[in-house]
Ligand binder design. Structure first.
Ligand code: GUN
Length: 290
């Protein structure tokens, strides 16, 4: 038996089409075009690619896409002033400061300065609290993408056991909150977890988000499990390099019921969810929250 391979690219395109349709309806109703501001400090190559793709997909969905490119030597107070200006700008409904920031900047202080109602990453402590207490507007984009895929395939998760491998603020912790909200029984595993393979074999749903190439092997999985691989790791292969996830795909595909590939699985969902969050913020700011 071989697992069904989940097409994250196709699912993300469907989400973007839904957001584009809702964005047009919101504009027709209110006269307001949702605006997404992305701030990029310095010239990290991977960040340049992400930011370019965000801009293209935001425009395609009918959003006003604003980009602020600041030099690598930008000071903390200059960056905070930029965030304050965007907080006050009525054209802007969503603000995203691209991470990682250059090392001399304090990322936590910058994220905490973003107005919670414009925080489309869902990283502000107010939004973390809203997520755990069950009333979120913005939800961190990558775990939201995972949750939408699970909902589409499995519906309500009552009675299901889920394991989240990784406890980051960006993926692991918000993922656990979303699984709990969907009624799963959740284990959060990490580098200090004893007998990780055995804990993993108990799970109907495995979310791998640790950044360790090919950590989760087929013999760690329960037969028929749904496996979502959030890892993006570049490994050397001879002279070249190759992208792999946190799951050893070849062995896992023989045991799982369904699995996301890397690339083309969870990755494309992230920007689709960013657009979804931006529209949710615009609706909340204009009193049409549904
Ligand atoms: N860098 C890589 N992924 C992300 C993300 O989801 N949000 C932000 N702000 N920066 C990132």
């Amino acid at each position: 038996m071989s697992a069904e391979i989940i097409d994250g690219k196709a699912f993300a395109a469907k989400i973007r089409a839904e957001v584009a349709q809702e964005c047009a309806a919101f504009r027709a109703q209110t006269g307001v075009q949702p605006g997404l501001a992305v701030v990029l400090v310095g010239n990290d190559a991977a960040s340049e690619v992400y930011v370019r793709n965000k801009g293209i997909q935001a425009k395609e969905a009918g959003f006003n896409s604003l980009e602020y490119r600041l030099p690598a030597e930008t000071t903390q107070s200059e960056l905070l002033a930029q965030v304050a200006a965007l907080n006050a700008d009525p054209q802007v409904h969503g603000i995203l400061v691209q991470l990682p920031l250059p090392a001399h900047l304090d990322a936590d202080a910058v994220l905490n300065a973003i107005a919670p109602d414009k925080d489309v990453d869902g990283f502000h402590p107010v939004n973390v609290g809203r997520l755990w207490t069950g009333n979120p507007v913005s939800i961190p984009c990558t775990p939201l993408g995972c949750a939408l895929i699970l909902k589409d395939r499995l519906g309500d998760l009552s009675g299901k056991r889920a394991i989240v491998i990784g406890r980051s603020n960006i993926v692991g912790k918000p993922m656990a909150a979303l699984l709990l909200a969907a009624n799963a029984t959740v284990t959060i595993a990490h580098s200090r977890t004893a007998d990780l393979a055995a804990r993993c074999r108990e799970a109907d749903i495995v979310i791998a988000a640790v950044g360790k190439p090919e950590l989760v092997r087929g013999d760690w999985l329960k037969a028929g499990a749904t496996v979502l691989d959030v890892g993006i790791n570049r490994i050397a292969e001879g002279e070249k390099t190759r992208l792999v996830g946190d799951v050893h795909f070849a062995s896992a595909v023989a045991v799982a019921g369904a699995i996301t590939p890397v690339p083309g699985g969870i990755g494309p969902m992230t920007i689709a969810c960013l657009l979804r969050n931006t529209l949710a913020c615009a609706k909340a700011l204009h009193g049409t929250h549904d």
